[in-house]
Design a protein around this ligand. Structure first.
Ligand code: 5AD
Length: 344
């Protein structure tokens, strides 16, 4: 039976005060909220900001990302560094170079370094553990984002000092997942996330907005899956078509819809770490900034050496090859302060 249509006020009330994941109308309420006219959605942005300020204060976490390898074994149909793309050059940073970069990020004031790469088995458990130990010794938190690996590898890296792990599930729809990923299933992805949680990592999931074939019902389930997995963090960004991929001609995800989904995630999970994603700033810098008014409390900045950035082209990102680490951070701090928030 289809639940009755509800107005903006009662939807917001349900999502704020009756948000147990078992609530039978939660998915439908999320879907209806996503479909509201923009003026009716404004109270959701406001509630998300209020909850963000209540839980996180005015602080915005700045986090540095080092993209240390683009050598990938997978074939994700949306991704510019998929294995089949023979056009781009492949690189792997050396240990010493990764550590130098991390040291520069720590020096510039970053408290978290995210070590991110394509799914690259060259980095064995031991090789990556050595890097993690080196970066952790700088006194920063280490977040890993290196894809699907074995439980044993995840265990070794936790022991080596990694604290958090980002692994987006991209969509909660298993058929859509299958159509995008020849190399794996949604179930395997979720198993990895659960394993990471059991090992004591703070776990980051997440998904893309605007994947071809996705509906508002999918997005409602995408938001609910964050809670079902028990994610502490969520990377939610628009799909951006990437040249040399099978989805090169698909439409770009909507920045406005992305901002709505961010707000709903904040309302359902007030304590979530919720970045305003890089993909959002690439397609709509002003909406990226507006995301901080709508519940986002984290921002990630690439500190990858300039000579590699053009090769870490998951999607086209003009202008990411910018100044140097400290100057980039200063610029970002200025933006955060101009939004009346405190960069940390
Ligand atoms: N558009 C937006 N995000 C993308 N990602 C990969 N390809 C794209 C794209 N074309 C995101 C995925 C992945 C992360 C590394 O980058 O969500 O998890």
């Amino acid at each position: 039976m289809k639940p009755p249509e509800q107005d903006s006020g009662s939807l917001l009330k349900l999502l704020t005060y009756e948000r147990t994941l078992e609530h039978p109308q939660l998915a439908s309420a999320l879907q209806q909220a996503l479909a509201l006219p923009e003026e009716d959605f404004v109270p959701f942005y406001d509630r998300a900001k209020e909850l963000c300020l209540r839980e996180k204060g005015r602080y915005v976490q700045l986090r540095a990302i080092i993209e240390f390898s683009n050598c990938c074994r997978r074939q994700c149909r949306y991704c510019g560094i998929r294995a089949d793309n023979t056009i781009i050059s492949r690189f792997r940073m050396r240990n010493a170079e990764i550590l130098e970069t991390a040291a520069a990020a720590a020096e510039a004031g970053y408290r978290t370094v995210i070590l991110q790469s394509a799914e690259d088995p060259w980095f064995t458990a031991d090789r990556l553990a050595e890097i993690i130990e080196g970066v952790a010794a700088l006194g920063v938190d280490v977040t890993l984002s290196v894809g699907e690996r074995t439980a044993e590898e995840y265990r070794v890296w936790k022991e080596a000092g990694a604290k958090r792990y980002l692994l987006k599930y991209e969509t909660s729809d298993s058929a859509l997942y299958r159509s995008l990923h020849a190399c794996g299933t949604l179930e395997q992805r979720i198993d990895c996330l659960r394993e990471l949680g059991k090992l004591g990592y703070e776990v980051g999931g997440g998904f893309m907005i605007g994947l071809p074939g996705q509906t508002l019902a999918t997005l409602a389930d995408d938001i609910l899956l964050l809670g079902r997995i028990g994610c502490s963090m969520a990377g939610i960004g628009p799909f951006v078509p990437s040249p040399y991929t099978p989805l090169k001609d698909a439409a770009t995800g909507s920045p406005q819809l992305t901002r709505r989904v961010l707000s709903l995630a904040r309302i359902l999970y007030p304590r979530l770490a919720l970045p305003a994603t890089t993909a959002l700033s690439v397609i709509a810098p002003e909406v990226r900034n507006a995301a901080f008014e709508a519940g986002a409390d984290v921002v990630m900045k690439t500190v990858t050496p300039n000579r590699y950035r053009q090769y870490y082209a998951i999607y086209p990102a003009p202008g990411v090859g910018t100044a140097e680490i400290a100057a980039d951070r200063k610029n970002l701090e200025e933006i955060i302060r101009s939004l009346d928030r405190i960069p940390v």
